[in-house]
Design a protein around this ligand. Structure first.
Ligand SMILES: [Mg+2]
Length: 438
């Protein structure tokens, strides 16, 4: 179909990652435009002399301005000028870059640093690996782009429920729990689950399911009626943190106590129910509160204990996310794809620096994965999250830093030191450093 202007029915809309809203994500086709500050030239101190170990993959043009000004170097079309092929970063988000939904003061500076604003003008590829969730990856990337003043692409982002995408082929009818309102239904449907039921649907259909929980008008409007006589739930997925532990646990319990998820058929032996998956198992997490708050791992622990108390049977649940090895393998694949796609780097890095705040998930996972990986996965713990002064982490990191800026500076300088130790690059590095001082 062609419109009067000859452009066709669908037009390409230019969106800024700093002001696009959720609705924009679902009206396509779109072009996400990087924020203006990332379109400007970054530190010009990039060292062409380092190019045996640092690849230059983003050329820029030299042009002359139109007026009487002296010739200038044009703003590059894309900001990275020199990208390190040797190392990469993986970031946890809560407690490292954000706290209570707001950026940790050093986070914006840290991201600028690895995007080229450092003494060497080098950019370093990175991805994000969070156990959090509750929104689509695209939506979460827009949030993160605004919060950190940089452009985050879904190809750089793994959240707790991302690996559940692969389960959509196995299960058709699923109970999806957690998150705000009915948002997780949207996530699950986008993943390809065909029939997504939420606790809100069950309460709407049978109000006395949860004696003390009534749906708000908004929740009622967004929920759907369910045929309780003929529905078989094949799996339960806790996508994000529950907003109502009592009601959600009741509905999960009801489902797990059925025969093969048939909602009208209660088991007599209580070990015939569908499987129950959690997107992660973090017992506590860092928020704006002075002390860590209990998280999804606490709900998992609670559910198992209540199930045992009510039925006398053990409940086996499954958790994705960090520190599971599968999540780190997933992150390795994503990082490789991102390096290839955005930086044209084919080879894997020799070192991946993982920066996290939770010893039980971030540090434990990184250290264990390092034992089985060809890449050196280097764990760095920062003190801006669940850290408590005076305590010793149960899973010790290879390095402890005050905050994310100190962590990335430590890693970049460690990599520079490797270059210096490399022998004949020593002179070049020294020249570059002395040039910068002049
Ligand atoms: Mg964290």
């Amino acid at each position: 179909m062609t419109t009067a202007d000859g452009l066709g029915a669908q037009r390409v809309r230019r969106l800024s990652s700093l002001n696009a809203d959720r609705a924009d994500l679902y009206r396509g086709p779109n072009v996400i435009v990087p924020p203006k500050h990332l379109m400007t030239t970054n530190c010009s101190g990039n060292s062409s002399s380092n190019n045996r170990l640092i690849m230059n993959n983003q050329p820029f043009d030299e042009v002359t301005s139109s007026g009487e000004e002296t010739p200038q170097i044009a703003t590059p079309l894309t900001p990275p000028m020199v990208t390190s092929a040797d190392f990469a970063f993986v970031f946890d988000i809560d407690g490292v870059l954000l706290r209570g939904g707001k950026p940790i003061p050093e986070a914006v500076q840290a991201m600028k640093y690895i995007n080229g604003e450092n003494p060497w003008g080098v950019t370093v590829p990175y991805v994000f690996l969070t156990n959090g969730g509750g929104k689509t990856e695209a939506e979460r990337c827009l949030d993160l782009s605004r919060q950190l003043e940089l452009d985050v692409h879904p190809g750089q982002f793994i959240c707790g429920h991302t690996p559940m995408r692969e389960m959509a082929e196995r299960y058709n009818t699923v109970l999806v729990v957690g998150g705000e309102g009915e948002k997780c239904r949207i996530v699950a449907e986008e993943y390809g689950f065909k029939n997504v039921i939420t606790p809100g649907d069950i309460i709407k259909t049978k109000q006395d399911t949860t004696p003390f929980r009534k749906l708000t008008e908004e929740e009622y409007k967004n929920s759907r009626f369910v045929d309780l006589e003929n529905t078989q739930i094949e799996a339960v997925f806790v996508f994000a943190d529950s907003r109502d532990w009592a009601g959600d646990q009741q509905i999960i319990m009801d489902t797990l106590m059925t025969v093969e998820g048939k909602l009208n058929k209660r088991s007599e032996v209580y070990n015939e129910g569908p499987p129950c998956f959690f997107s992660h198992n973090d017992l506590i997490w860092s928020t704006s509160h002075d002390y860590s708050r209990i998280g999804m791992g606490a709900l998992k622990t609670s559910l198992e204990a209540v199930y045992k108390a009510v039925t006398g049977k053990d409940l086996n649940t499954f958790a994705f996310g960090k520190p599971q090895m599968g999540t780190f393998q997933f992150a390795t694949r994503l990082l490789q794809e991102w390096r290839q796609k955005s930086h044209d780097i084919a080879d894997p890095p020799s070192t991946v620096y993982f920066i996290g705040d939770t010893p039980e998930s971030d540090i434990r996972g990184t250290n264990e994965f390092n034992k089985q990986s060809d890449i050196d996965w280097y764990s760095i713990l920062v003190k801006t999250g669940v850290w408590q002064e005076g305590t010793i982490p149960r899973y010790p990191p290879r390095k402890i830093c005050d905050n994310v800026y100190d962590a990335i500076k430590f890693a970049v300088e460690r990599e520079q030191q490797k270059l210096i130790n490399h022998g004949d690059t020593l002179a070049n590095i020294k020249i570059n450093q002395s040039e910068l001082k002049n």
